[in-house]
Design a protein around this ligand. Structure first.
Ligand code: SF4
Length: 379
């Protein structure tokens, strides 16, 4: 796939855009004012591979707490700001690595400009985070007074099937462009953009449209996508379409679940598209009447054990000896269950036969061996 050319910026020490790896990020679900719990959640996320973390900033206490969180976090911190630009100013003082501003609910140009001025002094990037759920009223982009947010007319906009009418996609893009314009007028270009909606078509079309207009890196996401099951599917489709088209520089999967689940899904999306290669890819057969083992349990056990693996390795869990090794012949290592025993194989070739009671341990041992071989320095 041809990746969209975007400007490279740095969130802390993590590059985003240009030729940088597409990063996976999440958001803490703790109360940001509770530094201990927030840092603990960040540490758990770091173990899962999270590369950038965002924290909600609902009030001044949270903005000030970011100072301690920042000191203890091994990954860059993004302050998530809505409504009050003062929270952005305080978060900058706390030393955050990036701000997320919502152009739907901070619509006063002078307030945005005040934040940009301070961000520029510190060279702190700003993500312009457009969100369908908090778009400005139609006709009210950049208008901060006199329009009700609850009667915004956004739901009356068309989906954008006709070029002749102003659609919800246009409204998303125009909202982003309004704030981009303010930043550019102030000669500030450490910009990242997101255009999230729950609907896949709105999201995809908004990013596609914006991709033709600006050079800045994109943070991709499907907002409020749902539970670990439904939300992972929705996010995979939405993000998958864009990533396959080369659009996107960092991703966040929003799930009503543990944030570590968001990281897991994010990496699975990137691995499925062959965009990020580190970590294990699990090939598992769906099981059928030929299966000699509980494939579902075995596959899930192996998947759990593989979560810590950093090496790029393809592992197969197959339910029968007859078809298993052949069907998974491109796996680096795999297991095919038989009656009371299992075949461990590499690239479809039998490596050894082990008793069923030991098959999980033996498979993990074989995986460790393959990992060691892969990680040997090449001369
Ligand atoms: S590998 Fe064997 S058990 Fe699994 S789906 Fe194929 S035939 Fe069925």
């Amino acid at each position: 796939m041809n990746r969209r050319i975007s400007k490279k910026i740095f969130i802390g020490d993590v590059p985003v855009g240009g030729d940088s790896p597409i990063t996976v990020q999440s958001m803490t679900k703790t109360d940001t004012r509770d530094v201990k719990s927030t840092v603990k959640q960040i540490m758990d996320l770091v173990k899962s591979g999270c590369e950038i973390i965002r924290c909600a900033v609902p009030d001044m206490e949270a903005a000030k707490a970011l100072k301690d969180i920042k000191k203890l976090s091994p990954i860059p911190i993004v302050a998530d700001i809505h409504f009050h630009h003062e929270l952005a100013l305080e978060s900058l003082k706390s030393g955050v690595d990036c701000l997320r501003l919502n152009p739907g609910n901070i619509r006063d140009r002078t307030k945005v400009a005040a934040v940009v001025k301070e961000a520029k002094i510190r060279q702190t990037p700003i993500r312009i985070g457009v969100n369908f759920g908090s778009l400005p009223p139609v006709g009210g982009i950049g208008v901060s007074k006199g329009i009700s947010r609850h009667n915004d007319g956004v739901n009356l906009l068309s989906k954008g099937l006709s070029d002749n009418e102003y659609s919800v996609v246009d409204h998303m893009v125009q909202t982003g462009l309004w704030e981009i314009g303010i930043l550019e007028d102030l000669d500030f270009d450490l910009i990242k953009i997101s255009l999230k909606a729950f609907d896949i078509d709105t999201t995809v079309e908004s990013y596609r449209k914006m991709a033709k207009l600006v050079p800045y890196p994109f943070h991709l996401g499907i907002t409020e996508s749902g539970t670990a099951k439904s939300g992972s599917i929705r996010s995979s489709i939405g993000l998958g379409i864009l990533l396959y088209e080369g659009i996107g520089d960092t991703i966040r999967v929003s799930l009503s679940d543990e944030p570590t689940e968001e990281i897991y899904t994010g990496f699975e999306i990137l691995k499925s598209l062959d965009i990020r290669k580190e970590g294990a890819v699990l090939v598992a057969c769906p099981s059928c009447g030929r299966a000699d083992v509980d494939v579902r349990k075995l596959a899930n056990d192996v998947d759990d054990l593989l979560k810590k693996t950093k090496t790029s390795i393809k592992v197969a869990v197959m339910g029968c000896e007859v078809n298993g090794p052949g069907e998974a012949k491109d796996a680096d290592v795999g297991i095919a269950a038989g009656v009371g025993r299992a075949i461990i194989f590499r690239k479809g070739q039998k490596s050894k036969i082990v008793p069923e009671s030991d098959m999980l341990t033996e498979l993990m041992n074989e995986i460790s061996k393959v990992e060691q071989e892969k990680n040997l320095p090449t001369s």
